[in-house]
Design a protein around this ligand. Structure first.
Ligand code: NAD
Length: 453
């Protein structure tokens, strides 16, 4: 059994069966058996079934939000937002079955056209930080395109994925179309990666594990999409609305207690404005309510586990340059206060490694060219923000930062827009129309029209 821990209390909140290699093999066999019938479902019917999944999740929004808030330690209001996004994601991709268009291509001697075919059984491996939201970013486009799936949630947060399996059956999808295996990465995840009947792996998690998955998938030439780590920068120019940038900075880096691949954990501030920025950000950080995830007033919860608390703490030793920090409960539970380090250079460890906790580095810069150089001086390239009052500069800088997702004078993410990383932050894009390219194969057909003889 897996003992599922509630991070706010450090107590066991549920026991669920621990899947192993045999369960993965059974799930893949079920998905393989279900594939021919599922791909043959008429597009309008598949679209309707997708909408019914969205309706089923919406009907259980409060229950699923509470489960996610307790299991992942996230504020209940954030959890409601995430489950709402899951509903939106299924609704968005319910439009896909009837819009997976091919092309006609002008050629001599006949008609040439393409189909977007499903791939077969897709293995989905997801992390613990946004358990159901990230699952839905993969499950919805995969099913909409006519694939069947085996979903492996993180061992720490399997509960909402197991509920999704029920919702999907209640919505009327056939058995075997979605299969959930809750078990460890090194057994269940690894078996999915090596299984000869799995056509593709869609993975979200650390760059280190992603590297191993890419290598493992190469053995059977599996398609792979990877959403990996980040070390994103917010770039704040002196001509920006500094108070607005400082007010927005905490949610950009401390949201989900910093356990967000998009966390803008490097805050680059033009040197003349550093003191003014720090003063305004300190006021904003002092207002963050850290505590019980189920309290409606809570804005930040605990970290996911005792070992993760130890890792995050290692980035803030006693001699760390802590400019200021907020408050957090003493325990039980895995609490860490929102913490701002300043001054920091981009070569210091907290500015180079993904901390995945509520720790921000403020890094001064002089001028546009240096801001771009520092922002790009990382092995990652996932997210980022630019704050400036100069529209031309905003676009000029945006074009030069090597990152998959940028926002200007805001921080945002929507299901209708592509999401993914440059460099070691990943391969491929999720969400938006682009995701469907990663769950279909293009088939080209030539039909001869010349009279024979
Ligand atoms: P992780 O890499 O440890 O685990 C992710 C998933 O992979 C889990 O389900 C785990 O069981 C599984 N896994 C572990 N070892 C495996 C193996 N050898 N073979 C197959 N599967 C294996 O990541 P985590 O600690 O759960 O999540 C945090 C990481 O995820 C951070 O690095 C974060 O940046 C990243 N992340 C990225 C995105 C994104 O979209 N780019 C989103 C969220 C999180």
């Amino acid at each position: 059994m897996i003992s599922v821990i509630e991070p706010a209390t450090a107590e066991v909140m549920a026991e669920v069966p621990r899947a192993g290699v045999e369960e993965v093999d059974a799930a893949v066999a079920a998905a393989k058996a279900a594939f021919p019938a599922w791909r043959a479902v008429a597009p309008a019917d598949r679209a309707r079934l997708m909408r019914q999944i969205a309706d089923g999740i919406e009907a259980r929004l409060e229950e699923l939000s509470t489960l996610e808030a307790r299991n992942a330690g996230k504020p209940i209001n954030d959890a409601r937002g995430e489950i709402g996004m899951v509903v939106d994601t299924f609704r968005y991709y319910s439009g896909a079955p009837e819009r997976l268009l091919g092309q006609t291509i002008p050629v001599a001697g006949g008609v040439d056209f393409t189909f977007r075919e499903p791939m077969g059984v897709i293995g989905l491996i997801v992390p613990w930080n946004f358990p159901l939201a990230i699952s839905s970013w993969k499950v919805a486009p995969a099913l909409a395109a006519g694939n069947t799936v085996v979903l492996k949630p993180a061992e720490l947060t399997p509960l909402t994925a197991l509920e999704l399996e029920k919702v999907v059956l209640e919505a009327g999808l056939p058995e075997g179309v979605l299969n959930v295996v809750a078990g460890p990465g090194r057994t269940c995840g690894n078996r999915l990666v090596e299984h000869p009947d799995v056509a593709k792996i869609a993975f979200t998690g650390s760059t280190e594990v992603g590297r191993g998955i890419a290598a493992g998938a190469a053995q059977t030439i599996k398609r792979v999409t990877l959403e990996l780590g980040g070390k994103s920068a917010t770039v704040i120019f002196a001509d920006a609305d500094i108070e607005a940038a400082a007010a927005a900075a905490p949610s950009a880096v401390f949201g989900n207690a910093g356990q967000d691949c998009c966390a803008r954990s490097r805050i680059l501030v033009e040197r003349s404005q550093v003191d003014r920025f720090l003063e305004a950000m300190e006021a904003a950080v002092n207002k963050i309510t850290v505590g019980d995830p189920l309290d409606e007033a809570t804005e930040m919860g605990p970290l996911i586990s005792a070992s993760h608390l130890e890792t995050v703490s290692s980035f803030v030793p006693d001699d760390a340059p802590v400019a200021f920090r907020g408050r957090a409960p003493d325990g039980p539970g895995y609490w860490f206060p929102p913490t701002v380090l300043s001054p920091v250079t981009n070569s210091d460890r907290p500015a180079r490694e993904e901390i995945f906790g509520p720790v921000a580095c403020v890094i001064p810069f002089d001028g546009e060219a240096e801001a771009i150089r520092i922002a790009n001086d990382t092995e990652y390239g996932l997210s980022g923000s630019i704050w400036t009052g100069d529209g031309g500069r905003a676009l000029r800088v945006a074009r030069q930062i090597d990152t998959g997702v940028l926002s200007i004078n805001s921080n945002s993410r929507q299901v209708s827009t592509p999401f993914g990383g440059f460099k070691q932050s990943g391969i491929g894009r999720e969400l938006g129309p682009n995701a469907l390219d990663h769950y279909t194969e293009v088939k080209n057909v030539f039909y001869a029209t010349e009279e024979s003889g």
